[in-house]
Design a protein around this ligand. Structure first.
Ligand SMILES: Cc1cc2nc3c(=O)[nH]c(=O)nc-3n(C[C@H](O)[C@H](O)[C@H](O)COP(=O)(O)OP(=O)(O)OC[C@H]3O[C@@H](n4cnc5c(N)ncnc54)[C@H](O)[C@@H]3O)c2cc1C
Length: 431
């Protein structure tokens, strides 16, 4: 088990941005009141809220990579309030659970929107996105229609799209049914991630390119890192899947890698083949399906799932090229300029590890493929928990329970990879 992710290629979103000054100079002091491990959306939200609640305390955020390069800067930029993956009609999904989840995630969205506005973060925030959950097969269309029925029961009335409307919007007749998705905004994720890091309050120190390699003893805690030892009274473990390395949720999360790619900038002719709307997003109605975005003059495509290991970039490229060609056979070429993988944490019941795991050690982990807003709200509530700042939302979070136990290896590997293969096969044309 690695202590931190080590990706095989850079994030395409981050590669599109200008170079930035990485904050990698170690601080003069080694002793902090609070240390946050991991500066993804969860860790940054924790640091922001801690700084607000304890303006007189110092906070060190230690990040193994650089901002824009972790999963937080590698995702597809959908700010989703979906209660879970993607069919609301899944068997163990009660209406009560779903609406409580959505209220919590919506709070994450409101928070992020305010932060982006207050700090003027330039991340191509589109709050009126044309983002559609689409089905290519009759079986998945049926399930998407059932999802819509559920949404209606929750007081939402998402628009529907038939094949003709979809073809006009996105330029391919690949999909037979579409449902307006519960996407509150589309963003440039690496720009958002960087912007949030740059907006950290004055009492927060960010240290990038520095992995925590051990977290030992009792309070005050000693953290062994790439730049020597740091000591803290309180530690916030917000490095998602890699919390397992510190013995947290070790038997409750698995790592699933998924893959994204950008085309080069397209010329006018090829851009026209992506439909008449200037930008759009397609989310899969099947959990093993493919996400796309038309953004700027490029197409983003994301798909594929691998258990605990990142596939070679050439393999990911071949898979994404095939899916791109299937959907848009008439493009001049199917070249991809950037291809990257990213890891997410998957739990059996979709729930998070959240709370004080040892005296003075707080953790939030379990962000899956729709974790930008969930990470934001969980990180915020984690700081509130540590500072005893009670709120109805925190009470609600404390009642939500955590992830189920998973069987040990090799049973876990056999179970998870068999399920992945089966689901990929069942997904058929949805992939
Ligand atoms: C290709 C792809 C597409 C996705 N699309 C979407 C989407 O459209 N919408 C959505 O909501 N979600 C999406 N996701 C999921 C989303 O990116 C994650 O749920 C989210 O990034 C989780 O945030 P986090 O802060 O909890 O974890 P992370 O973003 O993984 O952040 C954890 C941080 O901890 C750091 N770290 C790890 N170990 C250590 C250590 N030992 N020491 C120091 N630092 C450490 C990591 O470098 C990382 O920066 C996607 C994910 C991928 C991979």
């Amino acid at each position: 088990m690695r202590h931190a992710p080590a990706y095989k290629s850079v994030s395409g979103w981050n590669a599109l941005l200008p170079a930035r000054d990485v904050r990698q100079d170690p601080p003069a002091t080694r002793r902090f009141r609070n240390i946050v491990i991991g500066a993804g959306f969860t860790g940054l939200a924790t640091a922001h809220r801690l700084a607000e609640l304890c303006p007189d305390e110092d906070i060190l955020v230690i990040e193994a990579a650089t901002l824009g390069e972790s999963a937080s800067g590698r995702n597809s930029g959908y700010l989703l309030i979906n209660p879970g993956e993607p069919s609301a009609n899944a068997t163990d999904f009660t209406d009560d659970w779903a609406t409580r989840q959505m209220a919590m995630v919506q709070a994450g969205f409101d928070l992020l929107r305010t932060r982006v506005k207050t700090h003027g973060i330039d991340c191509d925030w589109n709050s009126d996105p044309l983002a559609i959950t689409a089905a290519a097969t009759t079986r998945v269309e049926k399930s998407a229609r059932e999802t819509r029925q559920k949404y209606q029961e929750w007081g939402l009335s998402p628009r529907e799209y038939d094949r003709k409307a979809l073809t006009r919007i996105i330029g391919t007749d690949y999909y037979r049914y579409g449902l307006q998705s519960l996407t509150r905004a589309l963003v440039q994720p690496a720009a958002l991630h960087r912007g949030l890091g740059d907006a950290l309050p004055g009492n927060v120190r960010l240290l990038e390119n520095c992995a925590v390699r051990a977290l030992g003893g009792d309070a005050p805690y000693r953290l062994a890192t790439d730049r020597g030892e740091f000591v803290a009274d309180r530690v916030f473990v917000t490095n998602n899947l890699h919390a397992r390395f510190f013995g947290i949720a070790r038997n409750r999360m698995i790592g699933i890698y998924t893959y994204g790619a950008f085309t080069p900038e397209l010329d006018d002719r090829d851009l026209d083949l992506l439909g008449e709307e200037p930008d759009w997003g397609i989310l899969p109605a099947h959990r093993m399906g493919t996400t796309m975005r038309k953004t700027g003059r490029r197409l983003l495509i994301r798909s594929g799932d691998s258990y605990e290991r990142e596939d070679a970039p050439e393999k990911a490229r071949a898979m994404l090229t095939r899916l791109y060609r299937n959907r848009f056979p008439h493009m001049k070429t199917h070249d991809l300029e950037h291809v990257w993988g990213g890891v997410t944490a998957v739990t059996h019941n979709g729930r998070f590890t959240f709370g004080q795991v040892r005296p003075g050690i707080y953790a939030s982990a379990g962000c899956d493929g729709a974790g930008v807003l969930r990470g934001t709200i969980h990180g915020t509530l984690l700081a509130e928990l540590a500072c005893d700042s009670r709120s109805p939302l925190l009470e609600e979070r404390m009642k939500m329970g955590g992830p189920d136990w998973l069987p040990p290896e090799p049973l876990r590997y056999i179970g998870a990879s068999t399920l992945l293969m089966l689901e990929q096969w069942r997904a058929g044309k949805e992939r």
